[in-house]
Design a protein around this ligand. Structure first.
Ligand SMILES: [Mg+2]
Length: 175
């Protein structure tokens, strides 16, 4: 089995567009506040408003169940958070869908995901290129999740069960 780490925001749930809308953050590239102000907004936000089934991305929950059934991967969720409340909301959400068959790892917003887990030889599915770049540099296998299949130089998927076409029954890459 190969270790597989799955990002939360932008992979399991499509939380970013509603979150930015609710916080009044512009995504068009117009600068509307410092990075520190944005981090404060994220830290104070009530994530129960966006961590909901209605934001499930491309059948992600069922796809992860398929991945578990395939027994090719040892699955962990690896999610950046800005507050303890956000960590609690996400953990409760994931535990509602996955009982004791997955691991949940919460990463403080300012720490690299590569500093929290042993990335070498493990897969990370993430929508954020910086996370993937760091992961690859640390010897991991980076897979970008993007709904428009924009690769930005990485392997790319738009549905999590596509991993079954990329990795064989031993979790090895299919060339
Ligand atoms: Mg993400």
């Amino acid at each position: 089995m190969r270790r597989l780490y799955i990002d939360f925001d932008g992979v399991v749930l499509d939380t970013i567009p509603p979150l930015y809308e609710k916080l009044g953050i512009d995504t068009s590239g117009v600068d509307n506040g410092s990075a520190e102000e944005k981090i404060q907004k994220f830290a104070n936000y009530d994530y129960r408003n966006v961590v909901k089934d209605k934001y499930i991305l491309n059948d992600s929950i069922n796809c992860i169940k398929k991945l578990l059934d395939s027994k090719r991967f040892e699955i962990s969720f690896l999610s950046h958070v800005h507050s303890l409340d956000e960590a609690i909301v996400k953990t409760k959400y994931l535990r509602r869908h996955f009982k004791d068959d997955t691991t949940i790892i919460i990463v403080p917003g300012k720490i690299s995901k590569t500093k929290m887990v042993h990335s070498e030889g493990a897969i990370l599915v993430d929508d954020f290129s910086s996370n993937l770049r760091e992961w690859q540099e640390a010897g991991g296998i980076a897979v970008r999740f993007n709904q428009e299949l924009e690769s930005k130089g990485f392997k790319v998927i738009d549905k999590l069960d596509q991993l079954l076409d990329m990795f064989d029954e031993n979790g090895d890459e299919i060339c």
